[in-house]
Write a protein that binds this ligand. Structure first.
Ligand code: C5P
Length: 291
């Protein structure tokens, strides 16, 4: 059996950290939405008891360091699976970018393995298992738009993000999520209004969404990497209605109502920044295939 499954990227419309917990993680409130920029995974069941990854991109490990590998191993051990799998990844989401590329791949792998190894797990069970390997994976299992709390693994679904344009720009630097969280001073930052963001999404109010964007991790990443701040300023100067860093960065995204204005922001960033994309919120139009 062979299946293909899509793994869309996410952006954080808001990201708040309330306090540092005893277990070292931060208690967070994040509003996330999946976007129309996706990796594609192809899974093929093997009779032999082995996990084979084939990543069609540089700089991505094909061993235990890869979250997909960890996801497959976790299911194998949990459910005593003695079949194997070959997973080929067609990579489009920028790596180490704050767009949950690795987490979304792991979520897609769990969903795909549930089918090819015939585990019969519900989506809720998959999401619960997923948080053993990373805090953002549960959100990726559900996709869409949601409020994530706890360390990011408690998901409450929200209505779809209203239609708009999203311009993403990733500078060619990499940031370490643990380092950014470690340097965050939760008592010394401006916190976003999560409640207002949630309300705005429920009301389909784009202006309210623009006005409630905020990410506490910007206080650390922008300070350490002035080029990230320059991208954000440039997006706003070119007419973006809102611009925000996603996750711990370094990708910055702009939210824009009109196509012509989005194109202007996109053109204003190309040449200034190596990786620039213009996308829409995720639509379910790209179906997964099983054969
Ligand atoms: O869960 P995940 O492995 O994706 O988290 C990476 C790192 O980010 C954690 O080791 C931790 O340092 C930090 N983190 C945090 N609070 C969270 C999520 C992540 O401090 N809620």
């Amino acid at each position: 059996m062979k299946i293909s499954i899509t793994a869309p990227a996410k952006i954080n419309l808001s990201l708040d950290a309330l306090y540092k917990r005893e277990d070292g993680y931060h208690e967070v409130e994040m509003v996330m939405t999946t976007i129309d920029l996706a990796d594609r995974l192809f899974l093929e069941r093997l009779d032999e008891d082995k996990i084979v990854l084939d990543v069609k991109a540089h700089f991505i490990p094909e061993d235990r360091r890869n979250l997909i590998y960890q996801a497959a191993l976790l299911l194998k051990n949990r459910f005593n699976i003695n079949m194997g799998v070959r997973i080929t990844i067609d990579k489009h989401i920028p790596v180490s970018a704050g767009l949950a590329g690795g987490s979304s791949d792991a979520a897609a792998a769990l969903k795909g393995l549930n089918i090819i190894w015939e585990l019969g797990l519900s989506i809720e069970e998959i999401a619960e298992i997923s948080s053993e390997i990373g805090s953002d994976i549960a959100f990726c299992v559900y996709g869409g738009t949601a409020l994530a709390t706890g360390r990011g693994e408690k998901i409450s679904a929200l209505p779809n993000m209203p239609g708009c344009w999203i311009v993403l720009a990733k500078p060619s630097i990499s940031v370490s999520t643990p380092t950014i969280y470690k340097e965050l001073q939760v008592d010394n930052v401006e916190h976003p209004n999560t409640e207002k963001m949630v309300e705005s999404i429920k009301n389909g109010d784009l202006d309210g969404i623009f006005a409630s964007t905020g990410n506490v991790l910007e206080s650390v990443t922008l300070e350490k990497n002035p080029q990230v701040k320059r991208i954000k300023d440039r997006m706003l100067a070119f007419g973006a209605e809102a611009a925000l860093m996603s996750g711990s960065g370094p990708t910055v995204f702009a939210l824009i109502k009109q196509y012509s204005r989005a194109k202007r922001v996109y053109n204003g960033l190309r040449g200034f920044c190596e990786e620039v994309y213009m996308v829409r919120p995720w639509s379910e139009s790209e179906n997964d295939t099983i054969n």
